[in-house]
Design a protein around this ligand. Structure first.
Ligand SMILES: [Fe+2]
Length: 179
C-alpha cells in the first residue's frame, strides 16, 4: 500500500482531455550566443535587426521571440494591435514617445493596442536583445502615420520557414515551435 507522499509524486495516468496538444520545451531558449542560423532577418522595415522565434501560437495570434539589434538607431516605428510584454536581456532601448529606458533586466508592458512606438537602440549600445511576447500584429508606419507593412504570427512563420530553408536548417523545426 502506497503512502500519501508516494501518491503525491505519481504522474496522472487518466484519459487525456479533449483537444490537448503536446507541451513544448526549447532547451537553451535564452542562449543569446546560439547558432547564428537561428536568427531570422526581421525584414525591410527593420534593417540590421533579427529575431529568433521561440513559439508561434496561430490560434491566439501570438508569437514569442528574441529580437536582436546590432545596428544603432531606429529599429522600427509601429502601431500595436494587441498587448506586448518585453524582457530586455542585453543592451538597452527606448521608445522616442516616452521618457523611460528598458535596460538589461527590465520588464516592459506596452499599453493597450493602438499606441504608436518608435523603438530606438542608442548609439552607445553595440547589441540589444529583448524577449518579446506579442499578441496580434505590428503595423509599421512612417512619421506621418502612413502604413508601411504589417507583421503577425503568420508572417513570422513564413519568414522563419524561408530563412531556415535558405541557411540549410530543417524547416520541420519551425513546426516544432507551433502550438
Ligand atoms: Fe511597441
Amino acid at each position: 500500500m502506497s503512502t500519501p507522499i508516494e501518491d503525491a509524486v505519481k504522474p496522472y495516468d487518466g484519459p487525456r482531455l479533449y483537444g490537448m496538444v503536446d507541451d513544448m520545451i526549447t532547451p537553451g531558449a535564452l542562449d543569446l550566443d546560439c547558432d547564428e542560423r537561428l536568427w531570422v532577418p526581421q525584414g525591410e522595415h527593420s534593417p540590421g535587426v533579427e529575431f529568433r522565434p521561440l513559439m508561434f501560437q496561430p490560434g491566439e495570434g501570438k508569437f514569442v521571440n528574441l529580437l536582436r539589434g546590432r545596428r544603432q538607431g531606429v529599429v522600427s516605428r509601429h502601431r500595436h494591435v494587441g498587448a506586448v510584454q518585453a524582457f530586455t536581456l542585453r543592451g538597452r532601448w527606448h521608445y522616442l514617445e516616452y521618457d523611460w529606458w528598458s535596460e538589461e533586466g527590465s520588464f516592459a508592458f506596452d499599453p493597450p493596442p493602438g499606441d504608436v512606438h518608435t523603438l530606438e537602440v542608442p548609439s552607445d549600445c553595440q547589441e540589444m536583445i529583448t524577449l518579446f511576447i506579442t499578441t496580434g500584429a505590428y503595423i509599421y508606419v512612417d512619421a506621418d502615420f502612413g502604413m508601411l507593412g504589417i507583421e503577425d504570427v503568420f508572417s513570422k512563420i513564413d519568414k522563419t520557414r524561408e530563412h531556415y530553408r535558405d541557411v540549410g536548417l530543417d524547416v520541420a523545426l519551425v513546426d516544432d515551435l507551433i502550438r
